[in-house]
Design a protein around this ligand. Structure first.
Ligand SMILES: [Zn+2]
Length: 289
């Protein structure tokens, strides 16, 4: 055989299985997502939420969106403390304005039922844009990236907001101060810069999962700290005027207390019993043995 034909054939043999496994019309999840999904366990609901956040951030397309939505709903079904946060996260990934309103209203109703009677932020001081940017920055900080928070906090409006907050809401103020301290040295995973994969060189050429963060960059937060971080984010977003108007619009037609976890599960076609994921079966029920 002529060398050129031989090498072409060799190339075909190499490429053919790849083509067969990944048809163009059926996108597959990246390996790091599949690996993390397979590690989820219903006794650790927070991990569903965290992975949902990462997937929605890293995979903005339809497949990432539907995967993240399932994860957020499951997190809530497994731990109802995560309800308002799951609704806020779902509101962020949806492409429908109507659905977003519904989710924000639902987050609002769950938040207020948590007996958090803290005084509302003064809207004349912090505008909606600043609160949203702070909330975004708090979220990115959970992935060990403090750059956005440092940037937002260095602005004059933010400084005014923080000063005001010390009086009006000392708890939120100290939570933000803590986040700010954590952000000072957080620049993402120092090895992969939150790309999760690293390229090897020489004998170890190719791309492999980052050995430092094992494909999961983030601050090592305890469950309590994680809930605190989520609460700060929710509080910053709660004061959004659009949220209030959404609540008013929706309560006119339908009492919010009638919206239950079931609605959320049905809307996103999530089966409460299917909490385990594998590449072969997708979402399925844990084995009962
Ligand atoms: Zn890394």
């Amino acid at each position: 055989m002529k060398p050129i034909i031989a090498s072409t054939l060799a190339l075909l043999f190499l490429v053919a299985p790849l083509i067969a496994r990944q048809p163009a019309d059926q996108p597959t999840l990246p390996n790091w997502v599949a690996a993390r999904l397979a590690q989820l366990s219903p006794d650790r609901p927070m991990e569903y939420f965290e992975l949902g956040e990462e997937v929605s951030y890293e995979l903005p397309g339809p497949l990432g969106r539907s995967t993240a939505q399932s994860l957020f709903v499951l997190a809530y079904l497994l731990d109802d403390r995560l309800g308002p946060h799951a609704c806020l996260a779902l509101a962020d990934v949806t492409t429908s304005a109507e659905e977003r309103q519904w989710l924000l209203a639902m987050a609002q109703s769950m938040g207020s039922s948590q007996a958090d009677s803290r005084t509302r932020l003064d809207r004349s001081i912090a505008d909606e844009d600043l609160r949203n940017r702070l909330a975004d920055a708090i979220r990115v900080l959970r992935a060990e990236d403090g750059r956005l928070l440092r940037e937002v906090l260095s602005t004059e409006p933010a400084a005014q907001f923080i000063t005001h907050l010390k009086q009006s809401d000392p708890v939120l103020s100290s939570a933000l101060a803590q986040a700010s301290a954590a952000a000072q040295s957080a620049n993402g995973c120092p090895r992969c810069r939150n790309r999760r994969i690293v390229s090897g060189s020489g004998a170890r050429a190719g791309r492999s999962i980052c050995p430092r963060c094992i494909g999961n960059p983030g601050l090592a937060l305890s469950e309590r700290d994680m809930l605190d971080s989520l609460r700060v984010e929710a509080q910053l977003r709660d004061a959004e005027p659009a949220t209030w108007s959404a609540t008013l619009v929706l309560t006119k037609d339908r009492p919010l207390r009638d919206i239950r976890a079931d609605d959320l599960a049905r809307t996103y076609s999530v089966d409460q019993s299917r909490t385990i994921w594998s590449a072969e079966l997708g979402w399925h029920a844990p084995k009962s043995d």
